[in-house]
Write a protein that binds this ligand. Structure first.
Ligand code: PHE
Length: 383
């Protein structure tokens, strides 16, 4: 009996020394990999955002590992689904940090969810890179929070100019998701830009993301006779808004930002989304060399699927992180943070990434039109 308990004690001590005394669910404790966390909306109402972003990230990690990994180790990607739901990002990011011991975190697409998890990463001094959240507040959370995309003051201005110059709209209505940080921010910057360019706002209404009936607000919008309607929302809501606008005889162009981008926009919206416009980060048909390889690698890896902006930015976010870990020569949070902040002209699929003093990137936007059920590239707008 006695030597049995001594044996247990010895095993427990050795396990503790080897770092194995972590709670159940821990994947590895042997230090042979560099653990990177990812949180994404793999299911729920913005599932296509999370799936695309995740696929881009997976492709990057596989390529990095095939090239020998980073600092002599393979990257191990630990992905958590946040269900497209408020409350989940905090839970899963806490898990990734406390349970799994990740050295950095990639995510999210949606600004409200990035804003929920960013303070946790900041407090734990774990660098976070959002691939595609565009609300300025995300990186304002603190010096451990980065992004590899443009921000909405730029995107809003791009679409304000597009409204007045290309659509020749003088009177515009704005229809905003009042619960979404992304939607509120983009609406604000659009309005500032459009007014500054001499345009007139004839109606400003709110909706609740996830609602099914938008007719009351659309009736008020129609009564204001706008030349076009700016809808800074996400694809599920936008598709229903386009359908109901048509049903009410509101036959003017609707246009929006990157949140429109999903094959579901066309699947749900059908004919009602035809002819409408949105801005985003990337179009596979404007092919730089990097982008050409990316498109063909992605198609090969994901059953012929064409990559969208979230896939491209997911890919770039993982590549930028791997580059920073290499330059840092360490997986320490502070060291990775400093290397990320020093990122300059890193050539990726979405263009060159330089992290500025606000930890944002400056990149071009593209404007696409829904044409015959596809997204047709119209123009690139440089910053
Ligand atoms: N920019 C959006 C946000 O901040 C998310 C998004 C990015 C959506 C890219 C589509 C494409 O919420």
């Amino acid at each position: 009996m006695k030597h049995w308990s001594a044996y247990i004690f010895l095993v427990a001590t050795l396990m503790a020394l080897a770092g194995c005394n972590k709670p159940a669910g821990t994947t590895a404790g042997n230090g042979n990999t560099i653990k990177v966390g990812e949180y994404a909306s793999l299911t729920g109402k913005e599932a296509t955002f999370g799936i695309s972003s995740h696929e881009g990230t997976v492709l990057a990690v596989e390529q990095i590992n095939a090239d020998g990994g980073v600092l002599g180790k393979k990257i191990e990607l630990l992905t958590e689904d946040d269900l497209s739901k408020a409350g989940e990002p905090a839970t899963v990011v806490n898990k990734l940090i406390a349970r799994d011991g990740v050295v950095a975190i990639l995510g999210e697409v949606a600004s409200s969810r990035s804003l929920e998890a960013a303070p946790i990463c900041q407090q734990n001094k774990i660098p976070m890179i959002s691939p595609s959240s565009t609300n300025p507040k995300v990186t304002e959370t603190g010096d451990f929070i980065f992004r590899v995309c443009f921000i909405d003051p730029f995107q809003g201005t791009v679409m304000a100019n597009f409204a007045s110059k290309t659509l020749k709209a003088k009177k515009v209505a704005v229809f905003t998701d009042g619960k979404s940080d992304y939607s509120k921010g983009l609406a604000k910057y659009f309005k500032e830009g459009f007014l500054a360019g001499g345009g007139q706002l004839v109606a400003e209404l709110d909706f609740n993301g996830g609602d099914k009936d938008f007719k009351a607000q659309l009736t008020s919008i129609k009564a204001a006779s706008p030349d076009a309607v700016f809808v800074p929302g996400y694809y599920t809501d936008v598709a229903l808004i386009c359908i109901q606008a048509k049903q009410l005889g509101l036959n003017v162009p609707l246009f929006g930002g990157d949140g429109w981008e999903s094959d579901q926009l066309v699947k749900i919206g059908g004919n009602a989304v035809e002819g409408n416009y949105f801005s985003t980060h990337y179009a596979p048909d404007v092919a730089t060399d990097k982008s050409k390889y990316f498109v063909s690698d992605y198609k090969k890896r994901f059953d012929g699927k064409s990559p969208d902006a979230m896939a491209a930015l997911g890919y770039d976010s993982a590549m930028v992180l791997a580059d920073a870990i290499k330059r840092a020569g360490s997986t320490g949070g502070q060291k990775i943070r400093d290397a990320l902040a020093a990122t300059k002209d890193f050539a990726g699929v979405t263009g060159k990434t330089t992290i500025n003093e606000k930890r944002d990137a400056t990149k071009a936007a593209v404007i696409l039109q829904v044409k015959d059920g596809q997204f047709k590239y119209l123009e690139t707008v440089e910053p």
